[in-house]
Design a protein around this ligand. Structure first.
Ligand code: ADP
Ligand code: MG
Length: 706
């Protein structure tokens, strides 16, 4: 009986009872395609609802409590506001009575009838009128009279809390998880970790490991569960690291073994000519990196290199020199930037540099907003090979673009693209030699995780003569003083950036924030030209704002984080960041790097809310007042906010960014996963990748299982 109804980990989620085709499609769209993917949808926190309280002990505004109750009476109230219902119940235990309210859950009238037993979990508050205490929207679970309150799913235990997925709330997901574990054929989850990594593993099946993560066993110490310090969570983190490393090892093998290519003809003459025409001398670090690149290009193994360099360290010119080196023999190169604004700036810089060098090379710009005949003309030039250096956004690699003979791709500000996308690109066979440039200094273990397939170069020295940027944290109370400082700089002929945080998923609100702030500045800085730059603008207007700022016809540019990556305006000496507390330290460091590019003294002002509200924010931000070292700042950010926050979501390819945090906190874990992965031969790699769950396969574009 049991065997025939058992569910296999590899079954589609649609096979689970209660999951119809629509829900299955929605889950699949969120990369929860199979039962196994569902089981890897981990709680984002847990609540300890084990300790039962008695009604008489409750106090207003104390933490949530778990109560074993019975319904005394209940009533559904339709309020005057249409669609809004209120379900009100009086509940009791042996010690006393308490009222509970649930908004907009009219079906409770059928469920919580008089005499019913339930376990409720919630915080008691004092009602606005009347006496006694109220539980508002407590989580609840109905129990049979004789049932042990500890056998429940939603209460009376350590309870998992999930983020919404495919329209399912935490409670629904919890119930679904429970059903899934009850039906699961545990043997259908293949063992992934090799014996070499077995040290310290829980020694139970993977099914049991996953179940213990979702539903921690009764005696589990809550602190450890909550901090993700259980052996089971560690096992999952280790597995994720191992799979990622195997995927990277597979990638390295493909690029090192299967696809050797004739060496790229390195054009030293063009290189020398371009270098000679630069208005500055390369730093020793830039030169070293260029040598590393040239030696990659000249070998039979395609280059796959990460170039790390703090903001302002001079990566762009290295990219250009690399492109010129690779395309001298008549081949093509491409530079991909994360935004149109940046692509356009790169295009301008590169065009000017090539012209100054008198090289017979032109850069062709290709972005998503380019349309019509001009676009067609440029596409033809790329396809014929007449256009040798292309600069653009990811539009460079959409289906309609063909290169005749692409030798090198440089990806600027890679952290926006991510390891998963890069692996996916490589699988398509679309990638020639690749140089990835990032200004987010990445701690070593994390680099190994994200860029384990890449060789690493670093520009670890700034061009000479850069003055330090004076950084200060200021509160709202100081605004007039900040404005005065700004006026002084503008008076001296300098320019300023003002950055307003992005409004997540609401670019209309973002637009309003930018416009409102610009209007306020126009009032405060009478006579100054204040421009705006944000995501809702048409490309032409963006370009106009950028050029206006670059040419000095705009004094102050109010922008969202579009300016974060790469804009180079040496006359800008002031960077003011509004609501700095909403940014990560690494991101602020990037923003700060937009000033201090010339020889004049520059300032970065981090504005936080009121003095009082900003206390913790100020503590965190003070790191930036003290340090100008990108690595130190990134390490601190990583420690304070975890890798998910530092890197943004998704790009690591993991099911759960928090597992990355777990992995990084144990010294040697990533290294161990890596060496176990490296020890595999081709067949071993293939075996692991075959067993990888569907959600992973999709993210890494490994192709379908089965
Ligand atoms: P990033 O690494 O942040 O992309 P950029 O490539 O934008 O830095 O360079 C920052 C500024 O430094 C640019 O104005 C660039 O022309 C200048 N620069 C680059 N290399 C040198 C150098 N060796 N000496 C002096 N200035 C340099
Ligand atoms: Mg740059």
């Amino acid at each position: 009986m049991r065997a025939s109804s058992a569910i296999s980990a590899r079954d589609a989620v649609g096979r689970l009872p209660g999951i119809g085709p629509k829900r299955a499609a929605a889950l699949t769209a969120e990369e929860i395609a199979t039962v196994e993917d569902l089981l890897w949808t981990l709680p984002f926190r847990w609540e300890d609802r084990r300790a039962f309280s008695r009604v008489a002990e409750l106090e207003p505004d104390a933490p949530e409590a778990t109560l074993d109750l019975r319904v005394v009476r209940s009533r559904l109230i339709r309020t005057r506001r249409r669609g809004l219902t209120l379900f009100r119940a009086v509940l009791r235990d042996a010690s006393g009575e308490i009222e509970a309210l649930w908004w907009n859950q009219p079906y409770l009238a059928r469920v919580l009838t008089e005499g019913r037993r339930l376990v409720a979990y919630g915080a008691a508050t004092a009602p606005r009128t009347g006496s006694g205490l109220v539980l508002e929207n407590p989580d609840y679970e109905i129990l049979d009279d004789a049932e042990d309150a500890r056998a429940s799913i939603h209460t009376g235990r350590i309870v998992p809390v999930y983020r919404r997925a495919a329209g399912l709330g935490s409670r629904a997901l919890r119930a679904l998880m429970r059903r899934t574990f009850d039906l699961l054929d545990g043997d259908s989850l293949p063992e992934i970790l090799p014996p070499a990594l077995a040290d310290g593993l829980p020694g139970t099946s993977r099914a049991a490991v996953l179940e213990a993560v979702h539903f921690p066993p009764e005696g589990a110490p809550f602190e450890r569960v909550s901090d993700r310090r259980t052996p089971e969570v560690r096992a999952l983190a280790l597995e994720e690291m191992f799979v990622l490393q195997v995927a990277l090892a597979g990638r390295r093998r493909t690029s090192a073994g299967v696809r050797p290519r004739p060496p790229i003809r390195v054009d030293r003459e063009a290189l020398a000519r371009l270098e000679g025409s630069l208005p500055f001398r390369l730093t020793a670090a830039q030169r070293r990196v260029l040598d590393e690149i040239a030696s990659d290009l000249g070998s039979e193994r395609p280059m796959a290199r990460l170039l790390q360099g703090d903001v302002g360290s001079g990566k762009t010119v290295v990219a250009l020199l690399a492109l010129v080196t690779a395309t001298g023999g008549g081949r093509q190169g491409a530079l991909m930037a994360p935004t149109e604004v940046l692509a356009e700036q790169h295009h301008r810089t590169i065009t000017a540099r090539l012209r100054e060098a008198g090289l017979d090379l032109e850069a062709t710009l290709l972005t998503g907003s380019l349309r019509g005949a001009e676009r067609d003309r440029r596409l033809r030039a790329l396809a014929r090979g007449d256009a040798r250096i292309a600069v653009g956004t990811h539009a460079l690699f959409d289906g309609s673009v063909a290169f005749r003979d692409l030798a090198l791709v440089v990806i600027d500000e890679q952290h926006r693209f991510g390891v998963a996308q890069r692996l996916a690109l490589a699988r398509k066979g679309a990638v020639p030699d690749v140089l990835v440039m990032t200004a987010t200094p990445i701690p070593r273990t994390l680099a190994m995780t994200l860029y384990g397939d890449l060789d690493v170069s670093a520009i670890d020295e700034a061009p000479p003569g850069r003055p330090a940027i004076r950084t200060v944290v200021r509160a709202e109370e100081d605004r007039e003083r900040v404005l005065e400082g700004l006026r002084r700089e503008l008076e001296a002929g300098r320019q300023a950036f003002v950055v307003v945080p992005r409004v997540e998923e609401d670019d209309r609100a973002e637009l309003r924030a930018v416009e409102a702030h610009a209007a306020e500045l126009r009032r405060g800085l009478r006579g100054r030209r204040v421009g705006v730059l944000h995501g809702r603008m048409r490309p032409r207007d963006k370009d106009a704002a950028m050029t206006g700022f670059a040419s000095g016809s705009i004094d102050v540019l109010v922008a969202t984080t579009v300016v974060e990556v790469g804009i180079d305006v040496p006359n800008a000496t002031v960077m003011i960041v509004e609501h700095a507390e909403r940014f990560g330290l690494a991101q602020l460091h990037q923003l700060r790097g937009r000033v201090g590019r010339g020889s004049a003294r520059s300032y970065c002002v981090l504005m936080v809310g009121s003095e009082r509200a900003g206390r913790t924010a100020r503590d965190r931000l003070s790191t930036l007042e003290r340090s100008a070292d990108g690595f130190e700042i990134a390490e601190r950010d990583l420690a304070l906010r975890g890798p998910g926050a530092v890197l943004g979501t998704r790009q690591h390819g993991l099911a759960d960014a928090r597992l990355l945090a777990v992995a990084l906190r144990e010294p040697g874990l990533v290294e161990a996963a890596r060496s176990a992965a490296c020890a595999l031969d081709a067949a071993g790699i293939a075996r692991v990748l075959r067993d990888v769950r569907e959600g992973w396969r999709r993210r890494l574009a490994l192709g379908r299982a089965g």
